[in-house]
Design a protein around this ligand. Structure first.
Ligand code: SF4
Length: 358
């Protein structure tokens, strides 16, 4: 458990947040009038990936039509889906309907209060179960929705992306340590309200925050950096050796195929990593000696990362001859000839090699 979450600090934060929620929190949302387990459940599912303002009219129509579990369980799925139209993520409505039928059959139409029982129902994960138990049944349970993750990560300075299991575990442990035995309903509502109204993703209103004195991110002056964003997807890597076949002051260039990366541009001849560069040059008709590698260059493309390893080769023949005139190959004299169309990463490699290319 984090050293930040001492029992004394947790107790102080509970008191501060409960007092703040009473005065500044949201206490007149439709699902709080009254906050039954059924109404909390429906609202929690509707609020996933959807803003409160959008949910309110849907929630009110839903309650008019299906005021309790029995009504929802008896409904035709098509009717439930029709009422859901416009909210998106229709699996949520299908899960609600299926879960209502289970609740009707297994629990006589009453949502259970145990977290483990709630989580056997379709569409109910640990945070929704915690919300139903605490906000609906008024019994203590931790929650960890998107707003709460942000608030807790900032308060305790939890590093890392919450989608990673060790980070999520840390946040759940914090939420559990902070969960009060009494007034958990108001405390959890306070966490959600703080995330929605004060500790916003951008520009949090730390000056208006009841927990500011204990906040790690605020003390460090960098609340917006928490929680860490999802790491960029690792692109597959493709390695290629690029040959700088040099003769006197000229360099051999090849035109790239019309399709694929840098289609139709001029470039350095390529050599697969598995092939010996001298052998590859020989296949191009150039009898060369190796003259050393230049530093590798990385280039990020949409679907992969290209690792380019430039290798210098000296062609020692008195007169370079690349066989029959070939429109796909040219000798290029940097600084003398007009610059042909070369991709920017290839230009950088030529500069690394000391060629005067702009
Ligand atoms: S002090 Fe600022 S960053 Fe910290 S919990 Fe409050 S609003 Fe969020």
């Amino acid at each position: 458990m984090s050293r930040w979450a001492t029992p004394e600090r947790c107790q102080a934060l509970q008191e501060q947040l409960i007092a703040w929620q009473r005065q500044h929190g949201r206490n007149d949302l439709p699902w709080q009038q009254p906050a039954t387990p059924y109404r909390v459940w429906i609202s929690e599912i509707m609020l996933q990936q959807t803003r409160v303002e959008t949910v309110v009219p849907y929630f009110e129509r839903f309650m008019e039509r299906y005021p309790d579990v029995a009504a929802l369980a008896a409904a035709e799925l098509d009717d439930v889906l029709a009422l859901w139209a416009g909210l998106g993520y229709y699996a949520r409505a299908r899960n609600l309907h299926a879960a209502a039928q289970r609740i009707q059959t297994d629990w006589g139409g009453q949502l259970p209060a145990e977290l483990s029982a709630l989580q056997t129902l379709p569409g109910i994960g640990p945070s929704t179960a915690g919300a139903i138990r605490s906000l609906g049944h008024g019994q203590p349970a931790p929650i960890l929705d998107g707003n709460v993750k942000r608030v807790l990560a900032r308060l305790a300075g939890v590093e890392g992306w919450p989608g990673r299991s060790p980070v999520a575990k840390q946040l759940w442990a914090l939420s559990a340590a902070l969960t009060p035995e009494a007034e958990c309903r108001r405390f959890n509502q306070g966490l959600m309200d703080l995330g929605a109204l004060v500790c916003t993703p951008r520009d949090p209103a730390c000056n208006a925050c009841p927990l500011a004195a204990s906040c790690t991110a605020r003390a460090a002056g960098n609340p917006e950096t928490y929680p860490a964003p999802r790491p960029a997807r690792q692109r597959p890597r493709r390695e290629v050796r690029l040959l700088l076949i040099e003769h006197a002051d000229a360099l051999l260039l090849e035109r790239r195929p019309a399709t694929g990366i840098w289609g139709g541009l001029w470039s350095l001849p390529e050599c697969p990593p598995s092939e010996d560069p001298v052998t590859r040059a020989l296949r191009l008709g150039a009898r060369c000696e190796p003259a050393g590698d230049l530093p590798a260059r990385h280039h990020a493309l949409t679907h992969f990362e290209l690792i380019m390893q430039p290798t210098r080769l000296r062609w020692n023949a008195a007169t370079p001859d690349i066989g029959e005139p070939d429109p796909q190959r040219i000798w290029f004299r940097p600084g003398q000839d007009t610059l042909p169309g070369l991709p920017a990463p290839i230009l950088r490699i030529l500069r690394d090699a000391g060629y005067p290319v702009a």
